[in-house]
Design a binder for this molecule. Sequence first.
Ligand code: NDP
Length: 350
Amino acid sequence: MPQNNRMVCLVRNPTAGFSPDDFEIREVPIPKPGEGEFLVRNLYLSLDPANRLWAAPMQTYVEPVQLGTVMRGFTISKVIESQHPDFKAGDIVQGMDGWQDYAISNGVNHNDEGKIDTWNLRNIQQAGLPLTTGLSVLGTTGLTAHYGLLHLGQPKSGDTILVSGAAGAVGSIVGQIAKIKGCRAVGTAGSDEKCEMLIEEFGYDAAINYKTENLEDAFTKHCPDGVDVYFDNVGGETLDTALIHINMGAQVIICGAVSQYTTAEQGVQGPDNYTFLLFKRASMHGFIILDHYPNLRGSMEAELIQWVKAGKINYREEVVDGLENAAVAINRLYEGKNLGKLLVKIAEPS
Ligand code: NDP
C-alpha cells in the first residue's frame, strides 16, 4: 500500500468555469483511523454540476469548501481498515470522501449538518450491477430523479412531463421514470446528438434542441396539452419559458439551475413569468436529495435496481481516468460535453 495520500485541494475560488489553477495536488501521509472511524481507499469520484457552487464563497445549501482544503465530492470507496462497528475492511461504500486517494470517515460524511450517512453498496453488489452505478443511476443521480419526479411531481398517467437538461445524468432517468408511469415525456438538450439519444435510448416522446430551436414555439408544438410537471435542471430562460406552458395545478420541480452556476456569484437570472404560478394555481418546489437519504434511500434504491435489472431504465456513464484529471474534466458539465454521468476513476476496485 502506498504511504502517501494525494489530495486535490481548492486553492482559489473559480471565477467562471473551473481552471486547473483553482486546484493544487498535495501529498500527505495516509492517516490512521481512530476509535469509531475507518480508512477508505477512494475508487470513483462523482463530478457534479453543484461542485461549482460548493467552490464559491457564497451561501448555498452546504458550507463553501474552504481554500486550502480537499475539494468536496461524492465517492465510491473500499474500506481498508476499520475501528467502526458498522463498517469492516473490504466493504464497498458510497460516501462523500472528496477529491483524494484516501480518507478517514466516521460514517457520517463530511457534510456540515452531519446528515448523510455512508451507504454500503451491498444491494448493488448482490444485484450484480457495476459499482459505478452507486454514483449514477443507483446513486445521487437516480435518487434525485426518483424523488423529484415521483415524490414531488406526483405525475398521473397521461400527464405531460417536461424535463430540461434531459440528456444529462438526472434528466435521462427522469424521462424514463415518467414513461414507466405512463406519462408523455418531452425533453430539452443542447445538441442534435443528445436529442437523438433522448428519443432512441431514453424513450422520450419529443426532444428539443434549446440551442437551435425557439423554445416558445417548440413547447407549444411538443406540449399541445400543456405541462403538468416541469422538472427543471437548468433554470434561466428555459424555466422562464416553461412557466408560460404550465397547466392548472402543475408542479414545477426545481432540481438544479446549471445554466446559472458558473456565474452564480454575480446573481441568478430569475423567472419573469412567475405569475403563471398564480394564474395556474401551481407550485414551485425545490429540494436537495441528501435531506431524504435517511428515510428514503433504501426504498428508492430497491425500486431503481428493479427497473435497471428489468431493462426499463437505461443509463450512461462517462468515466475519466485519474484523480489528477478531475480539475479539467469537470468543465465538461458546464460545456455540455458529457454524455452520461461524469465520473473519475481513482483506483482499480480489486
Ligand atoms: P448533467 O449530466 O445533466 O450535466 C450537466 C449538463 O447541463 C450538461 O451536459 C449540459 O447539457 C447542461 N448545461 C450546461 N450548461 C448549460 C446551460 N447554460 N444551459 C442549459 N443546459 C446547460 O448533470 P447532472 O445530471 O448531474 O445534474 C443535472 C442537474 O441536477 C444540475 O442542475 C444539478 O445541480 C442537479 N442536481 C440536483 C440535485 C438535488 O439534490 N437537487 C442532486 C443532483 C443533481 P446540454 O448539452 O443539454 O446543455
